[in-house]
Ligand binder design. Structure first.
Ligand code: UDP
Length: 330
């Protein structure tokens, strides 16, 4: 069984490639290495460097491989950047999906699992958020992913390409042995930034906004461990290969932590003081995002192993302590 992982050198992609190989799948990886790292890719996977918007390149890979299913992570994912550069997001995320689906259709590859996001819901009317709730993104990143979901729906109707959209909430942590982890440049996500302060690479954390309508005025998010998230992708692609129908699932812990609570958990996990101050709000941030992920548990049989945010942060800290400069390849 061969799975093609697009964006397999990225943070979530590399953990999924690793888990696929541990579970005995044959894996091919595509990544343009703009944000990904070659060293993050398990050496048992076949690696193709190239861009998903390059139809000729995709053609070569689809000719070389006999692909049973595709897991698609190759997208830009930084909310504030998407506010400043929306076209970059629609080009790579939405445009890239069109090129990929054309190649899949031509080669009769009819199963795809794709990274969607909680950002497709925008500012929710109720939490926890259910899959059936309205999707009204508040930023171009979420809009580009919602467009991808819609494109997949019509490609299923027309061509029978079955898809599962996995709407992630916040992802954190690293493989427990600390050999792969998160390495973004520049880093924009809360937990790795907090850990950069703990490392002494930054002076302090700026908490974006202290006047939201939440328990302590800071944004509330729902964190899942990256290996638990990887496992959900494998359950999803196997479900499609076994004849399952197109669907969408939230992936979260169903528990919300405020930015201040995450800071406290990180202080405990690292034993470091981690100076912080409240700063102005960041554009495009919804106040609270917490998943109802009952459906993933019931339908996919997903059972996350990590339910403690401090333990999740501890795995990220283990990666950072053993790789203070990440993959050190940029
Ligand atoms: N955040 C923050 N300071 C930072 C980075 C992020 O206060 O230096 C906040 C951000 O405003 C949001 C939360 O942390 O409320 C999670 O942001 P992140 O970018 O990690 O993920 P997102 O929820 O945007 O996908």
């Amino acid at each position: 069984m061969t799975i093609l992982v697009l964006g397999g050198a990225g943070y979530i992609g590399s953990h999924t490639v690793d888990r696929l190989i541990e579970k005995g799948y044959d894996v091919a990886v595509i990544d343009n290495l703009i944000t990904g790292h070659k060293h993050a890719v398990n050496p048992k996977a076949r690696f193709y460097q190239g861009d998903i918007r390059d139809r000729g390149f995709l053609e070569q890979v689809f000719n070389a491989e006999k692909i049973d299913g595709v897991i698609h992570f190759a997208a830009y994912s930084v909310v504030p950047e998407s506010m400043a550069k929306p076209l970059k997001y629609f080009d790579n995320n939405t445009g890239g999906m069109i090129t990929l689906l054309e190649a899949m259709h031509d080669h009769q590859v009819n199963h795809i699992v794709f990274s969607s996001t909680a950002a497709t819901y925008g500012e929710p009317k109720q939490v926890p958020i259910k899959e059936t709730d309205p999707q009204v993104p508040t930023n171009p990143y979420g809009e580009s992913k919602l467009a991808m979901e819609k494109i997949m729906k019509w490609s299923d109707t027309a061509y029978g390409i079955k898809y599962i959209a996995l709407r992630y909430f916040n992802v954190a942590g690293a493989k427990a042995d600390g050999t792969i982890g998160e390495d973004h440049n520049p880093e924009t996500h809360l937990i790795p930034i907090i850990l950069e302060v703990a490392q002494g690479k930054r002076d302090q954390l700026k908490i974006f906004g202290g006047d939201y309508p939440t328990k302590d005025g800071t944004n509330v998010r729902d964190y899942v461990h990256v290996v638990d998230l990887a496992d959900a992708h494998i359950l999803a692609i196997q479900r499609l290969i076994d004849g399952g129908d197109s669907d969408a699932f939230n992936l979260g812990s169903s528990t919300g932590f405020s930015n201040k609570e995450i800071l406290e958990a990180a202080r405990k996990a690292t034993g470091k003081e981690i100076p912080a101050e409240v700063a102005p709000r960041r554009a495009g941030d919804p106040s609270t995002l917490v998943a109802d992920s009952t459906k993933a548990r019931q339908v996919l049989g997903w059972k996350p192993n990590y339910d403690d945010v401090e333990k999740i942060i501890a795995t990220a800290w283990q990666w950072i302590e053993t790789h203070p400069n990440g993959y050190d390849d940029k």
